[in-house]
Design a protein around this ligand. Structure first.
Ligand SMILES: Cc1cc2nc3c(=O)[nH]c(=O)nc-3n(C[C@H](O)[C@H](O)[C@H](O)COP(=O)(O)OP(=O)(O)OC[C@H]3O[C@@H](n4cnc5c(N)ncnc54)[C@H](O)[C@@H]3O)c2cc1C
Length: 455
């Protein structure tokens, strides 16, 4: 079995976390080797090609509250990023309304009966008596801040569709990290004063490379290669990870196009799913299995459609919480960048939330595609006759599942891994945290900075 030795770092996984670390460590003079199981780098943020059509997995916008991270991204992309307006809508009771809801005009999204119920239940929820208990679940968190009616009508259906289990079992942490709604108080005051909606708040901007978000990880990987110190190896799946007792370093066995081989390095940076890493390390099988069972990920089946004619909608994303629809969200790549589709055509990415091994996951591709086309046609969102071709891509480990109690499972896994001080977890998938691209990049740069101090 051929071996490639003496790297400073072996990196598992070539998503944005892995390639960012590879670039920063190699820029700081370290020798790194990165193993990625897919044939291209990018992970969740890769852009796939089907003929002349390009699709992200679920549509990835770049935005950041850290100006230095935005600057870093613009430099890596050599300026190839346009500012794109965001316009998202959700289908509620058969009508499409702005998503997320923006107050004070939000109440107009509901019929008068619903709006009255929402206000009444908000006033009840605002009572300080209800705030005394801690928020354990997503349901607790939302109901105590927005009232039960808005929870039932607006938050619960889509959230349960994404996760596939009741919101009472979803951790409050997820709401605290994700929900950015202004208070209902503003809505009430706004409607009493009959203030007109503030249209400027309805649109926000994001950055997007002209040929898809995958250009970002590919450019990062290319810049790492150009340092001459980074070896990036797509098509190489890590199959065994062993600490080297004598040196304190690591030996990683992988499977690639030429069969089995191994690499060694002083430190290991893992960005692959935590449950996968636990299975590759020399841990007792029962222990690895128990730890992994506490860290499940939600998956996605993306249906990519090539569509004749003009655009389907003006939306960046459209959300479909309805229980009788198989899919949860769509996005239209041509609205993000015209170069994602050939001239005179458009396309649609349709996301179905699922779990590895469940009924949707096991269906044949035609059986995944058919109900999607039927539902889009029934809603008059996209007539079936306009669809020319359809492809399916299943994506495992899309979302770390924050069930109530997940933080203790992470802590248990970290404690089991702490016996290896030269093993470092990084990224959204690798650390089991719901991070966006900018946070992943920031943590990749920071970790490389702290591990590459000194000569
Ligand atoms: C549908 C969806 C939409 C999103 N939209 C946005 C958005 O609009 N904006 C935003 O900022 N963020 C968005 N995100 C989040 C963003 O995708 C992540 O923050 C980021 O891509 C995570 O990068 P990562 O490197 O941590 O993980 P990953 O991308 O998961 O990388 C892990 C890599 O490990 C590889 N791997 C797995 N097993 C092995 C093995 N045994 N050997 C070698 N390699 C292996 C995988 O193939 C993968 O490439 C979205 C995520 C999803 C799922």
């Amino acid at each position: 079995m051929p071996s490639d030795h003496n790297h400073d770092f072996v990196i598992l996984g070539g998503g944005v976390a892995g390639v960012t670390f590879a670039l920063e460590a190699s820029r700081r003079g370290r020798r790194v080797v990165l193993l990625e199981s897919e044939d291209q780098v990018g992970g969740l943020a890769r852009t796939l090609r089907f003929g002349d059509f390009r699709f992200d997995i679920g549509g990835h916008r770049f935005h950041s509250r850290w100006p230095e991270i935005t600057q870093w991204v613009l430099e890596v992309l050599d300026g190839d990023a346009a500012e794109v307006p965001r316009r998202s809508r959700i289908r509620l009771d058969g009508r499409y309304v702005d998503y997320p809801l923006r107050f004070p005009n939000a109440l107009a999204a509901f019929n008068p009966w619903q709006a009255t119920r929402i206000l009444a239940s908000y006033l009840w929820a605002a009572s300080p008596r209800l705030r005394r208990r801690p928020d354990l679940s997503f349901e607790d968190w939302i109901v105590r801040r927005f009232g039960r009616s808005l929870y039932d009508i607006y938050f619960k259906p889509y959230t349960e569709k994404v996760w596939g289990f009741p919101c009472a079992e979803l951790s409050a942490d997820w709401a605290a990290q994700r929900i950015r709604l202004p208070s209902l108080r503003a809505a009430v005051v706004g409607s009493l004063l009959r203030r007109s909606p503030a249209p400027s708040t309805l649109l926000s901007q994001f950055l997007y490379p002209s040929l898809g978000i995958g250009v970002l990880p590919e450019s990062i990987a290319e810049k790492a290669r150009q340092t001459g110190r980074a070896t990036i190896r797509p098509g190489c799946r890590a199959t065994r990870v062993e600490p080297d007792g004598a040196s304190g370093g690591w030996r990683v066995t992988f499977h690639g196009a030429d069969g089995e081989a191994a690499v060694t390095g002083a430190r290991l940076v893992s960005t692959i799913p935590l449950e996968v890493l636990l299975g590759l390390l020399p841990l007792p099988q029962a222990q690895a299995g128990t730890l992994a069972a506490g860290l499940p990920y939600r998956s996605l089946a993306c249906v990519f459609l090539a569509v004749d004619g003009a655009r389907v909608s003006k939306d960046s994303w459209t959300y479909f919480p309805d229980r009788d629809l198989v899919f949860g969200r769509t996005h239209e790549p041509g609205n993000w960048s015209p170069r994602m589709v050939p001239e005179g055509k458009t396309s649609l990415c349709v996301e179905i939330f699922c779990s590895q091994g469940d009924e949707v996951w096991r269906r044949s591709d035609p059986d995944v595609i058919e109900p999607v086309l039927a539902d889009l046609d029934r809603l008059r969102f996209l007539p079936r006759a306009r669809v020319r071709e359809a492809w399916v891509k299943r994506v495992s480990h899309a979302y770390p599942v924050y069930r109530v109690g997940y933080a203790e499972h992470i802590a248990r896994a970290q404690s089991a891994l702490s016996r290896w001080p030269t093993l470092h977890l990084l990224g959204r998938t690798g650390t089991f945290r719901y991070l966006n691209l900018d946070a992943v990049i920031r943590e990749g740069l920071d970790l490389a900075g702290s591990l590459c101090q000194g000569p």
